[in-house]
Design a binder for this molecule. Structure first.
Ligand SMILES: Cc1cc2nc3c(=O)[nH]c(=O)nc-3n(C[C@H](O)[C@H](O)[C@H](O)COP(=O)(O)OP(=O)(O)OC[C@H]3O[C@@H](n4cnc5c(N)ncnc54)[C@H](O)[C@@H]3O)c2cc1C
Length: 376
């Protein structure tokens, strides 16, 4: 095992596994966890040193994600602790020194928590038609609207927010990104949302009523928000695919151990051919999905261009594999797999979001179909 995996495994076993059940009940992870992870350099992995990161590539951040789940963590924990993975990339890509100093460095140091708010109550898939408006007033934008399903939204210090700076109906060309401090007057957390899974990750509905945001908090140029969002969806989707594969791998391991231990009708489950074949299928779909997903991560890390079609294929492949495996894992655990204190039960619930968040299975298929069928 390499040093990074070893570090993540020790951190997970010491800091996460004993506390995860409490955090699931509390509906959030404590802020101290961010500070502890930052101290070990885990939050900054995959980010350039010039912005306060620890360097490394997508392969390193994928390794952190994977090992955290393999060591007994969860995708929900990753959503909560690594929300900056979706909140920061747009800011970093602009190279805006003031925004980087104010938001990126303290977040990678575990001092601030950031969220990304795109989805609105009227729709998440149709990003080009979002309705939260930002109107210029002197040196400020005045923001009005609402967002929903925002990961870490209840704990966030700042929110990278997709707003409409163009006229109503201006489509994707009228979308911009603004960083909004959650202490600003008019910002509110309207509701903490209760969910099927990812229970240690707080998810919020947010409202913006005449929120005044300095124009200097614009991320990149006005009207480029949609393009920025689409560009950075690639890393979010690969990360979710890595989480799905790791969740599947963890469930394969847990289920093999369970089937070795459990005997019925005078024989161990693992000795029955129907069970062995089920385990073989679980391992096969997991290995094949992981190979494709990690080959894309490897290419991205080497500076190769991967297409949105390939990324969408990776996400959907990982989601299908994970859905199959978590279901089979619960089945093979029998009644124990249905209980709250069984790890496979948590993975089963957590996995359901993978085909919804970061672009649904259907939207991924739209991307694949467009790329393939509209080309000729
Ligand atoms: C736990 C959780 C955390 C989340 N975290 C965040 C976050 O941090 N930030 C954020 O901005 N968002 C977040 N989301 C929102 C998530 O990205 C959206 O839920 C997702 O994009 C889908 O949008 P929607 O829920 O509005 O569904 P809709 O867009 O209303 O879609 C509903 C259904 O219709 C299908 N559909 C939509 N359009 C088409 C089409 N053209 N063709 C075929 N089928 C279609 C969809 O695939 C889906 O099955 C989170 C969601 C959850 C549940």
């Amino acid at each position: 095992m390499n040093d990074l995996r070893e570090l993540v495994r020790r951190f997970t076993e010491r800091e996460i596994v004993p506390n995860l059940p409490d955090w699931e009940r509390a509906g959030e992870v404590p802020r101290e966890l961010h500070a502890k992870a930052a101290k070990l350099g885990l939050l900054g992995i995959g980010y350039p040193e010039e912005v306060g990161g620890g360097g490394g590539t997508l392969l390193d951040s994928a390794t952190v994600t994977e090992e955290l789940i393999l060591a007994g963590g969860s995708s929900g924990l990753i959503a909560a602790l690594f929300t900056h993975g979706i909140a920061l990339p747009h800011i970093i890509a602009t190279g805006d020194a003031a925004l980087i100093d104010r938001y990126v460095r303290p977040t990678l140091a575990g001092e601030l928590i950031g969220s990304l708010a795109i989805t609105e109550p009227d729709g998440g898939s149709d990003v080009a038609n979002l309705r939260t408006v930002a109107k210029v007033d002197g040196q400020h934008y005045v923001v009005n609207g609402s967002k929903t399903f925002i990961t870490s939204g209840a704990r966030a210090d700042f929110i990278t927010t997709a707003v409409r700076t163009g006229e109503p109906g201006s489509g994707y060309g009228g979308v911009s990104l603004l960083v909004i401090d959650t202490t600003t007057d008019g910002f509110g957390v309207t509701r903490r949302l209760e969910k099927m899974g990812w229970q240690c990750s707080d998810t919020a509905e947010l409202s913006f009523v005449d929120v005044r945001v300095p124009r200097s908090n614009l991320v990149g140029a006005e009207g480029t928000g949609f393009r920025q969002i689409m560009r950075h969806f690639a890393s979010e989707r690969i990360s979710m695919a890595v989480q799905a594969c790791a969740t599947a791998q963890r469930c394969v391991t847990l289920t093999i151990a369970w089937c070795r231990d459990r005997s019925t009708f005078g024989a161990r489950l693992i000795d029955r051919q129907v069970v062995r074949h089920r385990l073989a299928e679980m391992a096969r779909v997991t290995a094949v999905a992981r190979t494709y997903v990690w080959s894309l991560a490897d290419r991205i890390a080497s500076g190769d261009k991967v297409s949105p079609v390939e990324v969408a294929m990776a996400k959907n492949t990982a989601v299908v594999a994970c859905d199959y495996v978590v279901d089979a894992a619960v089945q093979l655990h029998g009644g124990a797999g249905y209980l709250r204190d069984s790890e496979v039960e948590r993975h089963y619930r957590d996995a359901r979001i993978m085909g919804i968040g970061g672009g649904t299975v259907e939207i991924m298929n739209e991307i694949i179909a467009k790329g393939l069928l509209d080309a000729g």
